[in-house]
Every structure is written in structure tokens, then in C-alpha cells.
Design a protein around this ligand. Structure first.
Ligand SMILES: NC(=O)c1ccc[n+]([C@@H]2O[C@H](COP(=O)([O-])OP(=O)(O)OC[C@H]3O[C@@H](n4cnc5c(N)ncnc54)[C@H](OP(=O)(O)O)[C@@H]3O)[C@@H](O)[C@H]2O)c1
Length: 340
């Protein structure tokens, strides 16, 4: 994969990374062996960015990544973790002392002295807008506990507020064919400011895999069972906030415009990664097959290997882009655009 600069850090990351919420919890069980196999398959296929968080499985995702990378000295992988959800999301909890304690725990889990990148994990708007937040993060950088920091956000307004702070390396936001609002202002603003954008929930929690039907069910401990209406956390994190039935219809229409041999998830990931301003798209994978096919979607960006050359030649990014906008405008804009 052709690497891209990670903001102003001097590091490069792959345009397709790996989201590892699945290796923690909330998506049904993933065994340790399967988790290590997902990480290994991704790296073998050129992924150099892992996204995790201190709360995924209460540290399980971070610890698995730490153990995996400890066995690969000189690995060249950038690990982006998150902090801020080990306490209630109240502005008074975002203190320098808590930042220090949370990042120390992540350093232990990940087995590193300095964290590559720490993102505030969808904090309240007041925290994103408060300049003292960034002063405290600058102190962690000066102390060598973290190399860089960013902000994971729910809304475009929050993204724009974070981008305005000069030392922010990245903003992580939901962006996919069912969530187009970041195209309006966030991606251009990030590009102009040299801030990296990580596109999360790129497959709308699997709706854009194109393999679900009205009869599909999810495990009881899977957020797609228990957070469909935002019962536990922001509704936008589950199916990107899209009604399941509407999402099935929209995904089916998008799949219908693709040439034989090009899958909807691969086309979706390539479309996201090719939007100006996007640094990396971070699909979550629950097994090796998903991890591998997601990494291989980079071949649709050009420079692919022989195996996918014919699919890449048949795939028309501009035609898919037109379909994405048309389907969004008809099925989703009215319900989704005003909310995030
Ligand atoms: N607040 C935050 O900062 C925040 C919130 C959410 C996510 N994230 C990060 O973003 C990452 C990505 O988002 P996400 O995992 O929520 O959603 P996602 O990437 O949109 O969807 C992941 C799901 O899509 C399905 N899938 C993945 N690859 C597939 C493939 N090749 N073919 C068919 N199906 C495939 C799997 O569903 P099945 O499970 O049905 O197999 C998988 O669990 C997370 O892992 C996490 O690192 C951050």
C-alpha cells in the first residue's frame, strides 16, 4: 500500500488500517488466536495502522496488540489508541492527572514507553473547545509519554473545533457512504490544516458488507443488538445511525452498480480512502478473511498486484461516487445529515 503522511508527525501510515474494537468486546466473542491471526494477516497485507482504545474489552484489545508487536521488533506499525471513557464523560474528569493515569495504563498494556498517538475518545464538546485540554496533552508530549495526540469526535462541528487547535495530529470521525457530511467542511478543513483524518465505522458496522438481510440477528453482547437506538452510547456508532431496513435497501442498491468481482466492502473502503483529506480508513475485522479482503481493497486505489488487477480495472470509482451521492440523497440525507 502506498503510505500517507500522518499529519505533521513525520510518520507514514497505510491508507487502509485496522480497527480493533472487535478484538476487545461488544461484537460477540473473538478468541485470542483469532485476534492474533487478524493482526498478522493485516500486517502481512501491508496495514501499518492499528486503531484501538483503553476501553475495548477494558484493555484486552490494547494488550493483545502489545503482545503481538512485542514479538515483531522494528515492526513499523503505528498504534493509535484512545482515552477518556474510563470515567463518566464529564468535563471535570478530563484533568492532567487523569490523562497521565490513563496514558500510563495504555503504555503498560501496549508495552511501550511512548504511545505513538492518543485520541481523546469522543469527549464532550466543552472539552474539545477548551484550550487547557491541549495544554495538558502538550505536557504529556513534553514528558515523552505520548508522541502525538488527536481527537475522536461524533459531529462535524466537533471535528472543526478540534482541527482549529494547532497541535492536533488527527481527527477520527464516522465517514462512509451512509454519512457524507464530513465531505462538506471537515475534509477540506483538515487537508488545509495538515490534520490527518481517520474514517471510522466505514462499513456502517457491517451494513455496507452487503451480506445482511432483514432476518440477520446479532449476539446479545453485540452492540448491534443492544445499541440500535443509542441505548448505551451514541446511536451513530451502531450502523452509522441508519435504520437497519433503510440501510439494507441502500446497500443493495450500491452493490447493484458494481461490476462482477468487486465487492461492496472493497469498493466502499477504496471510495473512502480516495476522498481528498482522508488519511486512513480503519475497518474493523472479526476474522482473517475480513482483515485480508479489507487490506486488499487498497488494490482498487491503484498499484495493485496481479490477483486483483482485473477487478481493479473493471471498478469505476467515479461511477461509484455518483451512485453513493444519489443513494444518500434519496434514502439518507434527510434523516442523517442534520444529526452529526
Ligand atoms: N468512538 C470511537 O472513537 C469509535 C467508535 C466506533 C469505532 N471506532 C473504531 O473504528 C473501527 C471501525 O469501526 P467499526 O468496527 O465500529 O465498524 P465497521 O468497520 O464499519 O464494521 C465492522 C464490521 O463489518 C463487518 N466486516 C468487516 N469487514 C468485512 C468484510 N471484508 N466483508 C464483510 N463484512 C465485513 C464485520 O461484521 P460482522 O461482525 O457481522 O462480521 C465487522 O465487525 C473500530 O474497530 C474502532 O477501532 C472508534
Amino acid at each position: 500500500m502506498q503510505p500517507r503522511p500522518l499529519g505533521r508527525t513525520g510518520r507514514d501510515v497505510s491508507p487502509i488500517g485496522l480497527g480493533t474494537w472487535q478484538l476487545g468486546a461488544d461484537w460477540g466473542a473473538v478468541s485470542e488466536d483469532d485476534a492474533f491471526a487478524v493482526l498478522a494477516a493485516s500486517v502481512d497485507d501491508g496495514v501499518t495502522l492499528f486503531d484501538t482504545a483503553d476501553v475495548y474489552g477494558d484493555g484486552r484489545s490494547e494488550s493483545l496488540i502489545g503482545r503481538f508487536l512485542a514479538g515483531r521488533p522494528g515492526h513499523g506499525i503505528t498504534v493509535a489508541t484512545k482515552m477518556g471513557r474510563r470515567m463518566a464523560q464529564e468535563p471535570e474528569n478530563y484533568t492532567p492527572e487523569n490523562f497521565r493515569a490513563w496514558s500510563d495504563r495504555s503504555r503498560a498494556n501496549l508495552q511501550v514507553d511512548t504511545l505513538d498517538l492518543v485520541q481523546l475518545h469522543c469527549p464532550p464538546t466543552a472539552v474539545i473547545e477548551d484550550p487547557t485540554t491541549y495544554d495538558a496533552l502538550d505536557e504529556l508530549v513534553a514528558a515523552g509519554a505520548i508522541a502525538a495526540y488527536g481527537v475522536s469526535v461524533e459531529t462535524c462541528a466537533q471535528a472543526l473545533a478540534a482541527i482549529a487547535h494547532p497541535n492536533v495530529t488527527n481527527v477520527q470521525i464516522i465517514f462512509n457512504p451512509f454519512r457524507l457530511k464530513p465531505l462538506d467542511q471537515v475534509l477540506p478543513a483538515a487537508e488545509a490544516a495538515g490534520v490527518a483524518i481517520f474514517a471510522r465505522v466505514p462499513l456502517a458496522s457491517g451494513l455496507l458488507s452487503g451480506r445482511y438481510t432483514a432476518a440477520t440477528t446479532f449476539a446479545e453482547n453485540d452492540h448491534r443488538s443492544y445499541n440500535r437506538h443509542g441505548e448505551s452510547f451514541d446511536r451513530g456508532e451502531t450502523f452509522s445511525g441508519v435504520d437497519f431496513g433503510v440501510g439494507l435497501a441502500a446497500a443493495s442498491e450500491l452493490a447493484g452498480v458494481l461490476p462482477e468481482g468487486t465487492s461492496l466492502p472493497a469498493a466502499t473502503l477504496a471510495w473512502i480512502a480516495s476522498r481528498p483529506g482522508v488519511t486512513s480508513v480503519i475497518p474493523g475485522a472479526r476474522n482473517v478473511r475480513q482483515a485480508r479482503s479489507n487490506a486488499e481493497a487498497a488494490q482498487l486505489l491503484g498499484g495493485g498486484t496481479a490477483g486483483a488487477a482485473s477487478d481493479a480495472a473493471a471498478f469505476d470509482l467515479a461511477a461509484f461516487d455518483a451512485a453513493v451521492h444519489e443513494v444518500y440523497d434519496r434514502h439518507l440525507r434527510e434523516a442523517i445529515h442534520p444529526l452529526w
